[in-house]
Design a protein around this ligand. Structure first.
Ligand code: ZN
Length: 688
């Protein structure tokens, strides 16, 4: 059937005469994608073949610029497709996605492993100082060279074949690892029977547990599962110490225990293959390979930050443990605080100290007020303003569009916000782009999307956010600004296409402006009375932020330090990963009542695919950056200091990947980031 849709009838293959040239979603149907992807991939193959076949010696324009131009149709089709795959999917889109995802990665690899093409890029890279290139063009050559060499370009055929085999095996090991964890999660359910078992649990949790029981054919009972969204609230609220212990033991046993779903052999093989891949690519360890293309650059730099934070975090966790032990004693308990007690007693203390209840906060955080707040902060920092428009044909009626304007009133981007959860949308929140900014052949303006999964308000009620959800909105809007303010020439360097441990700076930093008392007083207004959020509530929210940070930091760092140390082993041989983890935790003096956030046999960030392997630290790295960056504004005595905001825009939000991230940061801040700001933000500096 696909072949029957000719290019003439396929809107994906026509030029788009729409506002901003946005995809005409009202005319695009799922069956248009397969032929469009076929045509787009064929077009890119031809473009690449023409570069390789060019008899002229490699020059910047006939090689790098030609590479940058190649794939324009593919970018257009992909932009529309992956927006639908995330935010407006269905069985047909999912089926296409299963086919197209591996095809895209295969085609990309074929380009990066093309010897003749690499020879041209490499020749330009070696001669880059002599080509008379400006800084951005020179950076583009370097980034292409990095992409090729990290894929294995330039290696002999045997090594390339071995890399390909390793890649495939690692992909299956990653999938198996995740399936084992899921199987163990599914195999366990704690059935609560009668009111005694429900002691302490909030109403909403009980309702969800009843639903979970009903779906298992256990009507009238309640079921708690090992998914984090069920496990954590249970551990936080259940007054039944015996049941908490049971849950804890099941939670940490996922992927372990020697049974059919034990991940020990998978972890060992994964580590061995990753180390081999790194050796083939010329690195001393997998961690060295992973970190080489990040802001941290080396495992040592990442470890130094983690160790700097570990010592005060551990001391703070020990003090928190003492306070929790005192709470136990005050209640007449005669037992030692254990890992399954922490969340429960911490919640009691939190409530006693700060008494923040989300139902008290939500009425002050209507969605519209928070969108207005985010726009206002962007305006005051960067001079951007937003004008709503209703002529953009979006795939779902919930989605809204705005034109982003620069201080002179000229359009710089189209912004699309799609805020409500629905069945056709993946859960969670993200930023994506239907089109990246670039100006290789005239100025191309970005089309940037924020997708959220907020619950709609009730009948004739607005959507009201929790404080966490308002943070999510600011976070994703920070990413969106990184895409919208982008001002680069070459597509490869555009917007959010930066190192993994740098990309969260624009998003996490933007969150700091949400909880400024002034922002809350102006925009956090009660949805009925329009009264501003009371100062007392603002103060309680601020104070509650630093609570339990010793625990939160140590449980995170234990996992992050283990991840880095494990991937530093140059020749893992017959490594016993679980034993290695025990040794690592003993060496750092892990407090006995704190469990690592992810124990190895179910550490999916690290073993279900490559995602955060030797990279779990990057959450902390980015937080060190955003804490230090916001302190710059505090030091200036003005949260919107124009000179600082100007540098922030120029060197971070607008700069894409035109500079090394550490260099970009120094241009903004005038110094390297100091981890002390992070310690202050988390309240880890002073001895209590
Ligand atoms: Zn993010």
């Amino acid at each position: 059937m696909d072949q029957l849709i000719s290019a003439v009838d396929n809107p994906l293959l026509q030029s788009w005469d729409t506002p901003f040239g946005a995809p005409p979603f009202d005319r695009i149907r799922p069956e248009h994608f397969a032929p469009a992807f076929d045509a787009a991939l064929a077009e890119r193959r031809a473009e690449i073949a023409a570069i390789v076949a060019d008899p002229a010696a490699p020059r910047f324009d006939n090689t790098i610029v030609a590479l940058e131009r190649a794939g324009a149709l593919l970018r257009r089709v992909s932009g529309a497709f992956f927006h639908l795959a995330g935010a407006e999917t269905n069985d047909e889109i999912e089926r296409i996605e299963r086919d197209i995802a591996p095809a895209l990665s295969r085609e990309r690899n074929a380009i990066l492993l093309d010897d003749a093409l690499f020879a041209r890029v490499d020749a330009l890279y070696r001669a880059r100082e002599t080509l008379g290139l400006d800084a951005e063009a020179s950076r583009t050559v370097e980034r292409w060279r990095v992409a090729f060499s990290r894929a294995g370009a330039g290696l002999d055929a045997d090594k390339k074949a071995r890399l390909a085999a390793i890649g495939e095996r690692l992909a299956s090991l990653g999938a198996l690892f995740g399936q084992n964890v899921l199987a163990d999660e599914k195999a366990f359910a704690l059935v609560l029977d009668g009111p005694d078992d429900l002691a302490g649990l909030p109403e909403s949790f009980v309702a969800a547990a009843a639903q979970a029981a009903a779906s298992r054919g256990l009507a009238g009972k309640h079921v708690v599962t090992l998914s984090r969204s069920s496990y954590e609230p249970f551990m936080q609220f259940s007054a039944r110490r015996d049941l908490r212990e049971k849950m804890f033991r099941a939670f940490v046993a996922r992927g372990a225990g020697g049974g059919a779903h034990d991940n020990a052999a998978i972890m060992r093989e994964t580590i061995v293959l990753r180390a081999e891949r790194a050796r083939l690519l010329g690195f001393s360890s997998f961690a060295a390979f992973r970190l080489a293309d990040t802001m941290a650059k080396t495992p040592d730099a990442a470890l130094a930050l983690m160790r700097r934070v570990w010592t005060p975090a551990r001391a703070q966790a020990m003090r928190e443990a003492e306070a929790l032990q005192a709470t136990i004693a005050a209640e007449g308990g005669n037992f030692e605080l254990k890992a399954w007690d922490w969340r429960y007693y911490a919640e009691k203390r939190r409530k006693a100290l700060y008494d923040v209840d989300q139902s008290e906060v939500r009425p002050y955080l209507p969605l519209e007020g928070m969108i207005a707040a985010a726009f206002d902060v962007a305006h005051r920092l960067f001079g951007v303003s937003f004008v709503a428009r209703d002529d953009v044909r979006l795939p779902n009626a919930d989605a809204r569009a705005w034109t982003a304007l620069d201080p002179d009133g000229a359009p710089i981007a189209l912004f699309i916000g799609d805020y409500f959860a629905r069945d056709s949308k993946h859960s969670g929140a993200w930023m994506s782009a239907l089109r990246d900014q670039q100006k290789l052949d005239g100025r191309v303006l970005p089309i940037v999307v924020n997708v959220m999964s907020f619950a709609r308000g009730g009948a004739s009620e607005p959507c009201l956010l929790s404080l966490d959800e308002a943070h999510t909105l600011f976070h994703e809007f920070g990413h969106a600004l990184h895409g919208m303010l982008s001002d680069v020439t070459y597509p490869l360097l555009s917007g959010t296409n930066v190192a993994r441990d740098f990309v969260e700076l624009p998003s996490q930093l933007f969150e700091h402006w949400l909880e400024r008392p002034e922002t809350l007083r102006r925009f956090a207004r009660h949805y009925r009375s329009a009264e501003p959020m009371p100062d007392a509530l603002i103060e309680r929210l601020a104070a509650a932020q630093r609570f339990n940070q010793g625990f939160a930091t140590t449980e995170f760092l234990a996992a992050a330090l283990f991840d880095m140390e494990l991937h530093l082993v140059a020749d893992p041989g017959a490594i016993d990963v679980a034993e290695f983890e025990r040794r690592t935790l003993a060496e750092i003096g892990m407090p006995s009542a704190v469990a690592t956030r992810h124990s190895a046999p179910h550490f999916q960030h690290v073993f279900s695919g490559d995602g955060y392997s030797a990279g779990y630290y990057s959450y902390l790295w980015s937080e060190a950056l955003d804490a230090d960056a916001f302190e710059a504004f505090e030091e200036a005595g003005d949260d919107f200091d124009p000179a600082l905001a100007g540098r922030l825009k120029r060197f971070v939000y607008a700069a894409g990947n035109t500079r090394q991230p550490d260099e970009a940061y120094r241009h903004f801040r005038g110094a390297d980031p100091s981890p002390d700001a992070l310690l202050r933000k988390r309240g880890l500096t002073t001895a209590a």
